[in-house]
Design a binder for this molecule. Structure first.
Ligand code: FES
Ligand code: FES
Length: 165
């Protein structure tokens, strides 16, 4: 019996077809079927957040979602950040503030922060710290990640004020 399903996932603005078993996670389909290896497989049971992607704008642990559940959703992975080989402002802030060391957790933190800042662009440092506590990092001690996200929030607010009519 063939229990695989043909699904279409919209990832980073493009439709992708995949023939998948219903039990296959979104993380595995992104990495193994679509070749998008930016979302990392850490604990694979919802604890570390290394697999975080955006599903309809919400940070989601891709290891806890079946790919078949994500059909019709707007999925964004870390590969969507940056343009034409340039880092995004958030990625640049991680670089400036040393928000990564080994980098294994970084794609998850970037997408967690991207989703959070879209929802709460004027978040203060404590709110940012609380939001980032969802994910684990074994290297940095977290302060530099908070610094990077707080700096991005401040810069985006400044830009918005400067460009306001
Ligand atoms: S790999 Fe998904 S939460 Fe750890
Ligand atoms: S930079 Fe190594 S786990 Fe976060």
């Amino acid at each position: 019996m063939n229990d695989r399903h043909l699904i279409v996932l919209n990832v980073n603005g493009e439709d992708h077809e995949a023939l998948v078993e219903p039990r296959k996670t979104l993380l595995d389909v992104l990495r193994h079927d679509l070749g998008l290896t930016g979302a990392h497989a850490g604990c694979e049971h919802g604890v570390c957040g290394a697999c975080t992607v955006l599903v309809d704008g919400e940070p989601v642990r891709a290891c806890l979602v079946f790919a078949v559940q994500a059909e019709a959703a707007d999925i964004r992975t870390v590969e969507s950040l940056g343009r034409d080989g340039e880092l995004s402002d958030l990625q640049e802030a991680f670089r400036e503030h040393h928000g990564l060391q080994c980098g294994f957790c970084t794609p998850g933190f970037l997408m967690l922060a991207e989703g959070f800042l879209a929802q709460q662009p004027d978040a203060g440092r404590e709110e940012i710290r609380e939001a980032l506590s969802a994910n684990l990092c074994r290297c940095t001690g977290y302060q530099t990640i908070v610094d990077a996200v707080a700096a991005t929030a401040a810069r985006r607010l400044d830009t918005e004020r400067e460009t306001a009519p």
